[in-house]
Design a protein around this ligand. Structure first.
Ligand code: ATP
Ligand code: MG
Length: 153
């Protein structure tokens, strides 16, 4: 089926509003008006996990930038934050089920450590790719590329 990405993203950011307001994190959206041939539930899961993490692992007054656009035969999703960052030695492991950086740090935020393993699973389902770069106390950027049919709205 088809998914309109922009309203979906707005819904997700709306549902994160309470969490974002609590921690005073601001989410910027920059999204091309695209319709994508993909499963809506999967797209929702993918985006809400990445944006949810960027809000959750952030500081008061922190920011999140979400950029979605087409590029050749792909849609490219970028989620960047200026939050707590991920240590280099953990970058390989964050996609494992139940893996969480620094149990102490993340315990108070709640969560199971499943979010990114689900994201990875969805990306693999579409034969896409996911990359992450991060610097401690500077922030994190996830880039997802998914080869799906899309149409400009
Ligand atoms: P869940 O998503 O199941 O609620 P979770 O957020 O802990 O729990 P994942 O989304 O899989 O699990 O993330 C795994 C770990 O990677 C997190 O516990 C956190 O330590 C780290 N992490 C993920 N995204 C970010 C981010 N944007 N900034 C800093 N750390 C992150
Ligand atoms: Mg998560």
């Amino acid at each position: 089926s088809d998914v309109r990405i922009s309203p979906l993203l707005e819904d997700i950011v709306d549902s994160l509003k309470p969490a974002a307001a609590d921690s005073q994190v601001f989410v910027h959206i920059d999204c091309q008006p695209l319709c994508v041939r993909a499963n809506p539930q999967q797209m929702k899961e993918l985006l809400s996990n990445l944006v949810g993490n960027a809000v959750k692992y952030n500081h008061p007054g922190g920011q999140v930038w979400v950029n979605i656009r087409e590029q050749d035969e792909n849609i490219v999703i970028r989620v960047r934050d200026n939050g707590v960052g991920i240590p280099q030695e953990s970058l390989d492991r964050i996609f494992e089920r139940f893996y969480r950086v620094d149990k102490g740090r993340s315990r108070k935020q709640g969560g199971t450590g499943l979010g990114l393993s689900i994201v990875k699973h969805i990306v693999n389902f579409y034969h896409g790719s996911i990359r992450v770069t991060s610097e401690l106390e500077k922030g994190t950027e996830f880039t997802v590329m998914i080869p799906v049919k899309w149409e400009e709205l």
